[in-house]
Structure formats: structure tokens, C-alpha cells
Design a protein around this ligand. Structure first.
Ligand SMILES: *[C@@H]1O[C@H](CO)[C@@H](O)[C@H](O)[C@H]1NC(C)=O
Ligand SMILES: *[C@@H]1O[C@H](CO)[C@@H](O)[C@H](O)[C@H]1NC(C)=O
Ligand SMILES: *[C@@H]1O[C@H](CO)[C@@H](O)[C@H](O)[C@H]1NC(C)=O
Ligand SMILES: *[C@@H]1O[C@H](CO)[C@@H](O)[C@H](O)[C@H]1NC(C)=O
Length: 425
């Protein structure tokens, strides 16, 4: 293994995030399920009753989330996206669910979801119409916030279509205030920066004061190129976006598409690992009624979820790049570090990466305890600063590990023996 040529990034990201929206929510990245990527705007319940946007879909998802260990793993919010409402507001100007697809109405659905110990999310739009052309909330923020509170909704995803960009800030702020005035704690998921970036650099201090998480970049698709484009965007804007994340407010790189059609298993592991490193909301968009066991195991991996939900609440970022590898690191509580080594070369076989090339390896002076989490759990034991450990990473796969520094003057821990020098993953 020749010494990898790496561009090492050092960021002045150490300042604590500014004031978060004070609604007591999203103290850790939100976990749950959101319909959009997998089910989109399928309203055809006559020919496709199992996959159309209807109350049945969310009830079935809630059932599975309880039965199949999702709730226990931490996934809590069952979230509706676009295409749920009727095309007309009711006589009193309130949004109403499509009566054919939601015969019980949203309040009943919320009651059902709550009876399972889960929470319900809904969707609306800051502009005149939603992205799919349903009624928008512009001019109705107070009414809509109150309607969602009356229905006992727990989360609002507020999209940014069909509004003049100069009004985005006031629109999102007005809705945030309207939600607060209802007196109900409703987690507020925004797309303000995504819609503002084409025109100017968003004010992340204001966004953090207004929202619990915020989308910065394009919708995720069920493909590796989409996941890669999100990672590239995030790394290239990390000086701007990373400092704004912390308890109460998070950058949202969009849904987990694990368990669908487009990602290989290695790529699914990469998405899971990097979303945990980015302190991203873990909102799955897949069909939990029919998901392959390996994807399920990955999504429910306790050790990855622990990194995602780490109480320090700091977002990780890309710290090195070169030779078709990327290293991403996230500082964790108890002075630990999570490290993801992503092999971006999409040809050939597993490639070796010298662990001492990880910028955070300085944690290992004089020694550290290394635990590999992906691609499989393995305790690597105590390593020294001069460790010769090589990680072998599959094409478009990721090795995820945690590093715990061991302070000096603890002679009873032995240094790594030579047999650990080459680890084949
Ligand atoms: C509304 O905002 C105030 C002040 O920021 C905060 O103390 C209160 O908890 C908020 N209420 C809700 C329901 O979010
Ligand atoms: C936000 O609220 C302010 C104060 O009520 C109002 O003047 C403004 O028009 C509102 N903006 C939007 C986009 O609703
Ligand atoms: C960004 O928003 C914050 C909080 O609302 C405000 O104090 C600050 O002046 C804004 N910064 C800019 C450059 O507009
Ligand atoms: C290293 O970490 C593993 C996994 O957390 C733990 O079981 C082990 O006791 C640790 N070893 C040392 C020497 O701290």
C-alpha cells in the first residue's frame, strides 16, 4: 500500500451551533418513514390499492413498524408527503384530506398511529400550490397550522414550490410562528435553503431559529448517482452547512432509499453510514411490508443508529479525499470519533486504505480502541499511532468504524500484535 495522496480538510467547525427553534423537538436527528421516494404521487387506488396514497398505506406502515422492530430501533414518525389533500379547501377554508383515499380523515389516522406509540407527519407547501398542484398554504398559514394541531399531527414537512423566492424567508418564519401559536409541539421540516440556493446564500442562523431540519439540495432518487450527488453537494458546502447543525436543528440530505431497487448492498451501507456521519434525519422511504432481510438488518443496525443519535449532536464532514477514497469523520460523545472510509472507485475489487491516513488518527496517540461496524462488526482492539492496519473497502462501499482514544499511563493494555496488520474486510 503506497501512501495515499489525500487532500486533508481542516475546518473551523468547532463553534457551537447558534440558537435552535425552541419547541423541544428534534434534539436528535428525526427517525421515521416518509412516503415520497417510494410511493410518490400515486393516487390511483382503484387499480393499485396497496401502493396508492391512502390512509391504508400509513396504517399498514405503522403496523409493520411496531411488529417488525422498527419502532424499537428508534423509527418513530410515519410521514405523509404530497398528494394527500382534496383539491379544494372546505367551506371554512381548511385543508381536507381526499375523501375517497382518506375516508376516516387525518384526525382518525393520527389517533391510529398514536395508538401504536408512533407519531404522524403531514405535508404542506409555503406557496400557492404544493409541488404536485394541491392547495398551498400561502395566505392560510394560521388556519393550516391550527388544522394540523386540531388533528394532533406531530410533524409538518413544509415544501417550497410556487412561491416567489424573495418571500421564502417570511413564509417559512410565519408558518413557524403559526405552529408555535397553536401550542402543540409540531416538528417543523423545511425546504427553505433548497429553494433559496439558486438565488443567494441562505442565512443558516435564521433557518436554524425557524426549523427543526431543512433540505439543502435536490430530492434523493433510488440510485447511487443520486446518493453520490448529495454527498458531493454536502462536502462542497460543508463550511456553510455543518456549523448550523446541532440538537434542535439538522441538515436534511433527504430520505434513505435503502431497501428499494437502485442501490447495491454496498451502496446501501454507504448511504446508511454517511447519513449517520452527517447527523441526518433517518427517514426511510421504502416498502416496509416487503423489504429484503439484509436491508432491514442494515436499517436497524443499533451501532449505526447510535452514531446517528449520538448525544453530542455534531454533524460530521469530509476530512480527506484522494485516490478515489473519501474519509468522513464525526466527533462523538466521550471523545470518540466515528470514521467512514468510502471507496469511490466503481471498477475492480476491494481496495486497501491505510487506517493511519485517517486525519482523526491523531486520536490514537499513543493508543486507541478501534471497532469496525461496517461492513461487519469486528473489534480491532487497541491500535497505536503507527498502526499498519489496512481496511479493504468494496467499490462504492464504506468501512465504518469508531475510534476511542486511550490515554497514556495505562500499561495493562497491550499494543496490537502483528497479525492485525492486514485486515481483509
Ligand atoms: C413557542 O415559542 C416559545 C418561545 O420560543 C417557546 O418557549 C415555546 O415552548 C414554544 N411553544 C411551542 C408549542 O413550540
Ligand atoms: C408574513 O407575516 C407578515 C406579518 O404578518 C406579513 O406582512 C407578510 O406578508 C407575511 N409573509 C408571507 C409570505 O406570508
Ligand atoms: C441572519 O439571520 C439572523 C437571525 O435572524 C440575523 O440576526 C442576521 O442579521 C442575518 N444575517 C444576515 C447576513 O442577514
Ligand atoms: C474496545 O471496544 C470494544 C467494543 O466496544 C470493547 O468490548 C473492548 O472492551 C474495548 N477494549 C478496550 C481495551 O478498551
Amino acid at each position: 500500500m503506497s501512501k495515499t495522496v489525500l487532500l486533508v480538510v481542516s475546518l473551523s467547525l468547532m463553534s457551537p451551533a447558534s440558537e435552535a427553534l425552541d419547541n423541544g423537538l428534534a434534539l436528535k436527528p428525526t427517525m421515521g418513514w416518509l412516503h415520497w421516494e417510494r410511493f410518490m404521487c400515486n393516487t390511483d387506488c382503484d387499480t393499485d390499492p396497496d401502493n396508492c396514497i391512502s390512509e391504508r398505506l400509513y396504517m399498514q406502515m405503522a403496523d409493520v413498524m411496531v411488529k417488525e422492530g422498527w419502532k424499537e430501533a428508534g423509527y418513530e414518525y410515519v410521514c405523509i408527503d404530497d398528494c394527500w389533500p382534496s383539491l379544494q379547501r372546505d367551506a371554512r377554508g381548511r385543508l381536507q384530506a381526499d375523501p375517497k383515499r382518506f375516508p376516516g380523515g387525518i384526525k382518525k389516522l393520527a389517533d391510529y398511529v398514536h395508538s401504536k406509540g408512533l407519531k404522524l407527519g403531514i405535508y404542506a407547501d409555503v406557496g400557492e400550490k404544493t409541488c404536485a398542484g394541491y392547495p398551498g398554504s400561502l395566505g392560510h398559514y394560521e388556519t393550516d397550522a391550527q388544522t394540523f394541531a386540531d388533528w394532533d399531527v406531530d410533524l409538518l414537512k413544509f415544501d417550497g414550490c410556487n412561491l416567489k423566492w424573495t418571500l421564502l424567508g417570511e413564509g417559512y418564519i410565519n408558518m413557524s410562528k403559526a405552529l408555535n401559536r397553536t401550542g402543540r409541539s409540531i416538528l417543523y421540516s423545511c425546504e427553505w435553503p433548497l429553494y433559496e440556493w439558486p438565488f443567494q446564500k441562505p442565512n443558516y442562523t435564521a433557518i436554524r431559529e425557524t426549523c427543526n431540519h431543512w433540505r439543502n439540495f435536490d430530492d434523493v432518487f433510488d440510485s447511487w448517482s443520486s446518493v453520490k450527488s448529495i454527498l458531493d453537494w454536502t462536502a462542497s458546502h460543508q463550511d456553510t452547512v455543518v456549523p448550523s447543525a446541532g440538537p434542535g436543528g439538522w441538515n436534511d440530505p433527504d430520505m434513505l432509499v435503502i431497501g428499494n431497487f437502485g442501490l447495491s448492498h454496498d451502496q446501501q451501507e454507504s448511504q446508511m453510514a454517511l447519513w449517520a456521519i452527517m447527523a441526518a434525519p433517518l427517514l426511510m422511504s421504502n416498502d416496509l411490508r416487503d423489504i429484503c432481510p439484509r436491508s432491514k438488518q442494515l436499517l436497524q443496525n443499533k451501532r449505526i443508529i447510535e452514531i446517528s443519535q449520538d448525544p453530542l449532536g455534531r454533524q460530521g464532514y469530509r476530512t480527506a479525499k484522494g485516490n478515489s477514497f473519501e474519509v468522513w469523520e464525526r466527533p462523538l460523545s466521550k471523545k470518540r470519533l466515528a470514521v467512514a472510509v468510502l471507496n469511490k472507485q466503481e471498477i475492480g475489487g476491494p481496495r486497501g486504505f491505510a487506517i493511519s491516513d485517517v486525519p482523526g488518527w491523531k486520536y490514537c496517540d499513543p493508543q486507541c480502541n478501534v471497532t469496525l461496524i461496517l461492513p461487519q462488526y469486528k473489534e480491532m482492539g487497541v491500535q497505536a499511532k503507527e498502526s499498519k492496519l489496512i481496511l479493504y473497502v468494496n467499490p462504492s462501499g464504506t468501512a465504518l468504524l469508531t475510534v476511542t482514544p486511550i490515554s497514556k499511563h495505562r500499561p495493562h493494555w497491550k499494543k496490537t500484535s502483528a497479525k492485525h496488520d492486514q485486515i481483509i474486510l
